[in-house]
Design a protein around this ligand. Structure first.
Ligand SMILES: *Cc1c(COP(=O)(O)O)cnc(C)c1O
Length: 351
């Protein structure tokens, strides 16, 4: 087993993860045996974690950020719902989440005993804010928007969702798990500086080029994290806000290394390359007669016959489909023009 090798990224076209930055790999290895969950025993990695949070704050328009490096977007979304639930004073809490929201919100709702209320999206796969408003009642504790949706790379109207939250005095969460390292280079309004949002998910282990596991939860004010405090009798630190106990120092250190290497110019170059590639691929697929969902962020969704999809999987392509059955290609940094050309050649050969 120690001789086993992982997949090559050459055929991976539908993943939201990618090859870590070389510095991130080195840092992950170096800090493999550290535990930021016990900062009194492992203060070096705890210091690095607070540096990561500060740097993420720069990305999301938060001059004095609070938060921590989670195991991923799932944990960050769960914790955001937990903050809202613990701060609210209602008997039968519910959360209103647009249908393009990630399935982790369903996990959060189930775990936390909160009703999950999906809300429809518009024709362009973005949250319909009027429909969200219709679903809010006295028991609602949180509304969320997605900034870079998993299936179509759409950005919900975050300022309008934040205004709705403000009107009803609700926690407003933004899920930028995947989009957070792309959106700084667009003219979208998505972060703490653009709207009165309370918390955000942003994952270094996706477009941030950190090693897994490195997600991020950020909140506007430190006191929001008090809602997560649990006493830890046998740890010197005395209390914990994280969902995990023992945590990965590798993820934290690799996030720090990736951010140091890439923010901002490296990430900007990465965004521009991916954006151009997605547009090119969309044109290529359209030319072949596929119906393509116009890419906003670098995800291309296109109609595909079941047989064609299966034949491409048989040829080794690691591709996946949207809930509606479209082929979905995520132009992560390992996805190059040459690899997409090889994919298109196979597509031409099988259909
Ligand atoms: C990937 C993703 C998540 C879940 O993150 P994990 O790191 O897989 O737990 C949540 N929301 C969005 C928008 C995502 O793209």
């Amino acid at each position: 087993m120690v001789d086993a090798v992982p997949q090559s990224f050459e055929y991976v076209l539908s993943s939201m993860c990618t090859e870590p930055h070389p510095d991130a790999r080195i840092a992950a290895n170096r800090f493999l045996a550290t535990n930021p969950g016990d900062p009194a025993s492992y203060p070096e990695i705890a210091t690095i974690e607070s540096e990561v949070v500060d740097r993420l704050g720069d990305i999301v328009g938060l001059p004095e950020p609070s938060g921590y490096v989670t195991s991923g977007g799932t944990e960050a979304n769960i914790q955001a719902v937990r903050i809202a639930r613990n701060r609210a004073d209602v008997d039968d809490p519910n959360v209103v989440i647009p249908e393009n929201g990630h399935f982790s919100f369903r996990k959060a709702a189930e775990l936390l005993g909160v009703e999950f209320r999906p809300s429809p999206v518009d024709d362009d796969h973005r949250a319909a804010v009027d429909a969200m408003a219709d679903r809010i009642d006295e028991q609602t504790i949180l509304v969320a928007g997605v900034a870079g949706s998993t299936e179509y790379g759409r950005v919900d109207p975050i300022p309008a969702i934040a205004a709705l939250a403000d009107e009803h005095d609700l926690h407003c969460h933004v899920d930028a798990a995947w989009g957070g390292f792309l959106l700084p280079f667009t003219d979208e309004d998505w972060h703490f500086g653009h709207a009165a949002i309370d918390s955000m998910t942003i994952d270094p282990h996706k477009f941030g080029r950190a090693a897994i596991p490195a997600g991020g939860l950020l909140v506007r004010t430190a006191s929001q994290l008090d809602a997560l405090l649990i006493e830890t009798p046998y740890l010197e630190s005395g209390h914990q806000i994280t969902l995990g106990g023992t945590r990965s120092g590798a993820g934290v250190a690799s996030a720090a290394a990736a951010l140091a290497a890439l923010w901002p110019t490296g990430y900007e170059d990465q965004y521009r390359t991916a954006d151009q590639l997605a547009r090119w691929l969309a044109d290529q697929l359209r030319d072949r007669g596929h119906r393509v969902v116009d890419p906003h962020l670098p995800i291309v969704a296109a109609s595909i016959e079941d047989d064609t999809f299966a034949a491409l999987r048989d040829r080794g392509w690691r591709i996946a489909r949207t809930a509606r059955g479209e082929l979905r290609i995520v132009c992560m940094p390992h996805v190059t023009r040459a690899r997409l050309a090889a994919f298109l050649a196979d597509l031409d050969a099988v259909q």
